[in-house]
Structure formats: structure tokens, C-alpha cells
Write a protein that binds this ligand. Structure first.
Ligand SMILES: O=C(O)CCC(=O)C(=O)O
Length: 279
């Protein structure tokens, strides 16, 4: 397999706007297989029940009567536990052929999570930069999200601020009602945003400094997608926080499930600085 070189127009868009959408990167059949695995997992997680991350509503104790598929916002690291999800996205040759443009021929997965955002109950993801949450030096990581369901304005697609990656790192804050660290709220009141609307199999790639957000899903339609971060070997070697990376390409050769681990002992690295607390 070889790199699919990005065109000069695509590179210009990524450089100027900080993101790039590649349509139909994964086939509808492959996405259908992934969707089936995700829903089966939610229905019956077995011993991996710990990777189910509940919606805010449920965390607040307001989810008593919700059906099972309406209760969860995220499945942490499902990809690495399911061959279909891994091979059809994180290690998919079409996807890696794009990722090679950013990272070269040695590629590892740092992050693999499903974002569910169920109809009616799916909550918002606050404004953040990925690097603002990781707090590492991986400015050149390949960050991406693939649509499993159509992601539209109505069901809470992601929103980006084009060009925001040029502003560099923003120290994230945490509020009493924060889901996780976020860009300080006084900076997010008047933003020029774009809706990142995607059809199943479309993938959006973005810069680690990109400001992004997704609103609650008040529609009748589920909005499932999957987040990914791929790292170069150099970045993985310097990792401050993540202890385990997973190989998907070595020397330009794609690798399939089960992924080989790349383990780090970062126990003697300095502890992460906590987010600034705002009352
Ligand atoms: O799925 C979403 O709405 C949020 C995803 C996201 O923020 C991310 O992958 O960094």
C-alpha cells in the first residue's frame, strides 16, 4: 500500500483552516459492520463494562428510565478490543494512506474511542483543543473523527473554528459542571464556527490546536462517530502521559488486529499540571 498524497488544495486547506474532510474514506459496508459491533457492545459489554462512559444526564442521576442505548456518551478504547472496529478504521489501509501524509511510515495509535451522542439524551462536548487535554508536545499528531451515523447540525455534529489552530496552545480550565477540561468560557462566547457535517465513512482530520465543540443532540437521530489520534514513533517515544501505544504501520507496511503494543515506562516523568479551577 502507498501513501495517498494530499493535493496542494487539500494541504492549503489544512494549513489555513486547520482541518480537512476526506469523503467516503471507508465504505458503507465497513461502516455498517462497525455500527453493528458498537451497538452489540452497548447492549452487552461483558467484562469490558468499565469502558462505558455515561452521559452527563445519567451522571447527574437523571437517567433512571432511559433505555440502555440512550445512556452512554463514549466507549473508551473500544477499537483495540474489537477486530472489526480496528481493521475497518484505525488500521484501515485507506485511512493510513492519508495519515502517512502527516506522520510518515511508522504509525501508532494513541487514542481510539467511540462517541455515541444518542438521540435526545446526547450531551455536549465542551470547547477544547485536543492538545489542551493531552497537555503533551504532540502538535503534529493526526487527530480524526469518522462518522458512523450521518453527523449533521441537527444531531450534534462537531463545530470547528477555522484558523484557530494558528493561535497556539490555550491553557484549559475546569468548572464545577465541566465534563472535562475546556477552553475558558470567556473566550468562547463569540466564535465564527463551521458545522462539520459528515456522512457515514467520511473522515475529518484536524490540527492539535484546533478549537472544537459539539452541541447536545436534541433530534430523534443517533449520532455515532469514532475519534482517533495517530502518533509518529518519535512522539510516542517522548510521551509524557500515555503508557501504551499500538502499532498500525511499520516502515510503510500496514498491520492488522491484534495490534502489537509499544509500551513506555514514564513513571519518573513529572506529573501533569492540573486544569485551572474556575468557581
Ligand atoms: O464526538 C464528539 O462530539 C466530540 C469529539 C471530540 O471532541 C474529539 O474527538 O476530540
Amino acid at each position: 500500500m502507498s501513501t495517498q498524497p494530499l493535493t496542494s488544495g487539500q494541504l492549503k486547506q489544512y494549513d489555513e483552516k486547520g482541518y480537512l474532510i476526506i469523503r467516503n474514506l471507508v465504505s458503507r459496508d465497513a461502516i455498517g459492520e462497525i455500527r453493528k459491533v458498537i451497538l452489540e457492545f452497548v447492549d452487552n459489554p461483558g467484562e469490558l463494562v468499565r469502558i462505558l462512559d455515561p452521559e452527563m444526564l445519567v451522571r447527574q442521576g437523571k437517567g433512571e428510565n432511559l433505555e440502555r442505548r440512550a445512556r452512554y456518551r463514549k466507549l473508551q478504547q473500544l477499537g483495540r478490543h474489537r477486530a472489526v472496529v480496528w481493521n475497518n478504521y484505525y488500521a484501515h489501509p485507506n485511512v493510513l494512506a492519508i495519515v502517512q501524509n502527516f506522520l510518515g511510515d511508522d504509525i501508532l495509535v494513541k487514542y481510539d474511542s467511540v462517541f455515541l451522542k444518542p438521540a435526545k439524551t446526547g450531551g455536549e462536548t465542551p470547547w477544547h483543543q485536543d492538545i489542551g487535554l493531552w497537555r503533551d508536545d504532540h502538535v503534529n499528531a493526526a487527530n480524526a473523527w469518522i462518522a458512523v451515523d450521518a453527523a449533521m447540525r441537527e444531531n450534534g455534529c462537531m463545530q470547528f473554528v477555522p484558523g484557530s489552530h494558528k493561535g497556539g496552545f490555550i491553557e484549559h480550565a475546569i468548572y464545577e459542571d465541566s465534563l472535562h477540561g475546556e477552553i475558558p468560557r470567556e473566550l468562547t462566547k463569540h466564535l465564527n464556527t463551521v458545522d462539520i457535517e459528515l456522512q457515514p465513512g467520511d473522515v475529518v482530520f484536524w490540527h492539535s490546536y484546533m478549537w472544537h465543540y459539539s452541541p447536545p443532540n436534541r433530534s430523534e437521530n443517533s449520532r455515532i462517530g469514532m475519534g482517533a489520534v495517530w502518533s509518529s514513533l518519535e512522539d510516542a517515544q517522548q510521551s509524557k502521559r500515555v503508557k501504551q501505544y499500538l502499532w498500525v504501520m511499520k516502515g510503510g507496511k500496514p498491520l492488522v488486529f491484534p495490534p502489537e503494543k509499544y509500551l513506555l515506562d514514564n513513571s519518573n516523568k513529572p506529573a501533569l499540571k492540573p486544569f485551572r479551577k474556575v468557581d
